[in-house]
Structures are given as C-alpha cells and as structure tokens.
Design a protein around this ligand. Structure first.
Ligand SMILES: Cc1cc2nc3c(=O)[nH]c(=O)nc-3n(C[C@H](O)[C@H](O)[C@H](O)COP(=O)(O)O)c2cc1C
Length: 202
C-alpha cells in the first residue's frame, strides 16, 4: 500500500518525552516532544526537533537549559494538557496538574512521577526557516530505581514507557514490552568485541 512521503511518521512508533524550560521572565513551561532521540550510543548528547513557534524552543535558546522527563503509560492523559497552546506567561505544570521535581544542575524542574529525568544544556543548533534541530548535552541523568533491572537497564514490563503512533486522525498511545530476547553489542563486530565498550558511560 502506497503512502505519501509526508506520512512517514505512520511507519514508526515514537517516544514521548516532556520537556521543561523556564522563560526569561521566570515562568515554567512544559511540552511533549516526540521528535526526540539520544544521539548515537556512548555519547552524552540528545537531539530534538522543534518548530520555531514553540515557547520551549524560545526558552532553550534564551537560557540554554532544559529537562527531559520520560513519562510512563499511565500518564497518557496528562500529555495533551501540556501540548495546549498557552501564552508564555501561563505555568503549564499548573495547567496540566503535574508536580515539579527539583533539578540539581539546571534551573528548570523535571516532572515528578516520571521514569527518568535528563538535565540538559544546549550544545548546538541547526536552524532552518521553520524549525530547529537542537543538540543538547546531558549534564545529569536519574532513573526511577524501581524500574531498573538486574542488567542495569530499564525493565520495560515494569516501566511501561509511553510511546505514540501517529496517524491521520491523531495520536494513538502505546507502550513497549520486552520480547525476552537480547544480544550483546559485541555481536556486531568480528571476535565479539565491542570497540565502544570502554567509552560507554563517559
Ligand atoms: C505527542 C506529541 C508530540 C509532539 N512532538 C513535538 C515535537 O517533536 N516537536 C514540536 O515542535 N512539537 C511537538 N508537539 C507539539 C507541542 O508539544 C505543542 O505545540 C506544545 O503546545 C508546545 O508548547 P510550547 O509552545 O509551550 O513549547 C508534540 C505534541 C504531542 C501531543
């Protein structure tokens, strides 16, 4: 079945994160982003894409700080209230009924009750006419201890991270489940040795 090239997000399940920032006037702002990814394994960088008209983008460009909070499936009802277009003077934590979680290294708070929190600083921008690719450096990251498994990773069945599948009618909320299978990174390389192994965590 053929689709239009602009429908490309139909082919993917996307992450959902909540990005918190603070305006130059000191107002807290919160918005969901799905155009978000960690940038390559074993770096401390993340990448997000934002339309220019977002307060989130304006705040990040104004003071360079933001927090990425990772919501779980039970928070699906909280996402749209944070996506509503409020004027910049409105505190979106209050509007969405979400509690702030103090950060250590940046001014914006994270969102309490999430799975993980990444305190970030703006590193680079790729500026296009209508959108910007924002590269951020993770200064500090915390993950909710109860969802860490014995491998030191996220127990998906416990965590139930929130995902989104986009179609012509809107956003369908989803989560991820484990297949119970895994492979070491070394399986990509002859001899089973992962050349990035010693850099992981730096
Ligand atoms: C699930 C979901 C994902 C979204 N992802 C993005 C995104 O990646 N980039 C973007 O610019 N807007 C995205 N949006 C739209 C913004 O969240 C929305 O316009 C929000 O009101 C922006 O708030 P702000 O102006 O306070 O930054 C998304 C909305 C939803 C519901």
């Amino acid at each position: 079945m053929d689709f239009q090239p602009v429908d490309r997000e139909l082919a993917f399940v996307l992450p959902v994160v909540l990005i918190s920032t603070i305006s130059p006037q000191g107002v807290r702002n919160l918005a969901p982003y799905s155009n978000f990814t960690p940038l390559l394994r074993s770096t401390d960088m993340i990448l997000l894409a934002s339309w220019h008209r977002r307060d989130t983008l304006k705040n990040i460009r104004a003071n360079g700080e933001f927090v990425v909070s990772v919501p779980h499936a039970e928070m699906a009802d909280k996402i749209m209230p944070t996506a509503m277009h409020y004027p910049p003077e409105v505190d979106e934590f209050v509007q969405a009924g979400l509690e702030p979680r103090p950060s250590s290294l940046v001014a914006p708070p994270g969102v309490d009750g999430c799975l993980a929190w990444l305190e970030c600083r703006l590193a680079k921008q790729y500026v296009e006419k209508s959108y910007v690719l924002v590269v951020g450096r993770v200064l500090r990251m915390e993950v909710e201890a109860s969802v860490i498994n014995e491998r030191g990773g996220m127990d998906l069945d416990k965590a139930r991270p929130l995902l989104a599948s986009l179609d012509h009618e809107g956003v369908r909320w989803a989560t991820a489940t484990s297949l119970g299978k895994s492979d070491p990174y070394g399986a990509m390389f002859p001899g089973g040795h992962d050349p990035l192994a010693q850099r992981v965590g730096k």
